[in-house]
Design a binder for this molecule. Sequence first.
Ligand SMILES: [Cu+2]
Length: 491
Amino acid sequence: MAFDRRRLLQVGASAALTGALPVACAPPRTASASPPAGPADHTVRIGTGLVELAPDKIIATTTYNGQFPGPLLRFKEGRRVVVDIRNDTDSPEQLHWHGQTIPVDVDGSAEEGTPFIPAHGARRIAFTPGPAGLRFYHSHLPAGADLAAGQYSGQVGPVYIEPRREPGRYDREVFLTLKEFEPTLSRGGDMAMDFLSPATPDPLLKATGERAMNASLAAGAPHGYEVGYDLFSINGKMLGHGEPIRVKAGERVLFHVLNGSATEIRSLALPGHRFQVVALDGNPVPGPAEVPVLWIGTAERVSAIVTMDNPGVWILGDIADDDRRRGMGVVVEYAGRKGEARWVAPGKSHWDYTLFGRPGARPRDADETFDLTFAKSNAALNGFNLWTINGVAFSQMRMEPMLKLREGRRYRLRMHNASDDIHPVHLHRHSFELTAIAGHPTAGVLKDVVMLGGYQSIEVDFVADNPGRTLFHCHQQLHMDFGFMALFDYV
Ligand SMILES: [Cu+2]
């Protein structure tokens, strides 16, 4: 295997003991000023806890502050916060502030050079939160074959950075964290998902991917491992357990939905209602369009307003019947209504990021374009699929930057998927603008994760405005742990 968790943790532990950064990691180029003394604004404690998904479904996992999801942390845009992170576990940890444009020293990625939070130790950090909107925090350790580690655990919590000006008119906000538990490995091969639109597979990518897969199978290899789950939850409760979301007719409810999964793409529908999508990954969209179903890739966030205009008792749930029946849903109950919660399957739906863009707008030109091709070597690492970017699987030992950035330049990443899997690709410490989806130009949608469909290409632009090492990776834990990562660095 390309990395070994025990070895990695040893590196982390020795780094913690000596106060040095892990070997092969350059010191962060942008260290924040040292945090002040006195009480912290927030304390996050990493430790083992029990989560009662249902009365007969109580699981033990690593959590934040003994609860799942971790506490909603509310920050104010531009107002510096001090956070104490205590680690009561036996392993060094990393806590990543997903979607924030903050320095390497506090971002929470060992690959970039963030110091570990030592086992049975603590770290105080300070940073200025931003950009405004729905973000989250989660463990950023590779899990490899350890399905109790990384994001397979309960180390996920929402962050809301209050903007100086709140977009959209609404009566109430509701935060939902979607998460599966009890993971297992299987050889099943993932179900093909074809909800992305526009969907124009690239014949060359398809031929390349299928040739590699067929050669591997012909040589007698089994299908590489995939992860599946037994239990599904919203805000740590299986459907039918926990409190319903109580609403009144006529209310406009703003749902902030976070997909806290380690590996899964989720869908969400509320029968008889529509979602007006107002923000993606916390960033207000220029075209707040209405859709019947939300599709949310691993680590993506959607903020959507629902006008409560269809009184009753409904299931807000995943459209995948198996997953919803095993817990992925929550009851929405109108005032004065009682009875069994109803589910009505929506018709076939598509998810088109360009719907939310600036109509007719074309993206600005980039100063430089990088082509990145993602490929899979079936079952190449002890039965796990090995992932490469431009032929290179990321090495946790070498930590070598793949791209060099110059501050102030606008870069275009032209990403090509030579596999049939959907990849939720993520860039740390920067936001990017979607500029083309399967050949269709778009502009104005800012994100930090985007789903790239099987055998498709997409383009995103970002401005190199946050010096220091920057991690780029697929947010599917099984992909990022087995090669699908790259470091960018500033020259
Ligand atoms: Cu992936």
